[in-house]
Ligand binder design. Structure first.
Ligand code: PNS
Length: 165
């Protein structure tokens, strides 16, 4: 597996400014980046996977993130199987707090046992430390303004959806 190729996996339901920040930082570090929308059976989804992919593609383009970035999806099987398929040697996760460390560490260790793949934790801009997709989903579902927390294309999409336009 190639340590210059990385996967940034997540639910991205919806993509947030915190996600975009991690993607931008990872794109600077690796030659090829797979931003992977993964179906998480433990979470009830708000947006279909194809919609999340399209919002990610738009947000990455709008933000002018440079690099070789592929937006993909994965809903069948282990994350490490996707990593193997694309020859990626690294998984990248954003860490906002000790809560994220506790959530991510067991997954990183399991993935290393499964496929000898390393997980690299990146620290996003503290400005995004409190932003989570679940909070955005809640605010959006109650008709609140999510624009401080998500890329403009995501805010526009959620705003239009909330008004039923
Ligand atoms: O954004 P999320 O929901 O915190 O992302 C979690 C995700 C989807 C990356 C994680 O649940 C995952 O890797 N799922 C794929 C299934 C898998 O490989 N599980 C075993 C190793 S943890």
């Amino acid at each position: 597996m190639n340590s210059r190729i990385a996967v940034v996996p997540g639910s991205f339901d919806p993509p947030t400014l915190g996600h975009l920040d991690v993607i931008r930082r990872a794109a600077r570090l690796y030659d090829e980046l797979h931003v992977l929308v993964v179906h998480n059976p433990g979470k009830e989804a708000m947006l279909p996977i194809a919609q999340r992919m399209s919002l990610l593609e738009q947000s990455i383009a709008d933000a002018g993130v440079e690099g070789s970035i592929i937006v993909g999806s994965w809903s069948m099987g282990l994350l490490v199987d996707y990593a193997r398929d694309v020859n990626a040697g690294v998984l990248v996760k954003g860490i906002r707090s000790q809560v994220d460390v506790a959530y991510e560490s067991p997954m990183a260790i399991v993935n290393r046992h499964l496929a000898d793949i390393e997980t690299v934790f990146l620290l996003p801009d503290p400005a995004h430390a409190m932003v989570s997709s679940s909070l955005v989903r809640q605010v959006a579902s109650l008709g609140g303004d999510v624009s401080p927390f998500v890329p403009p294309s995501v805010a526009a999409f959620l705003d239009t959806g909330a008004r039923g336009i």
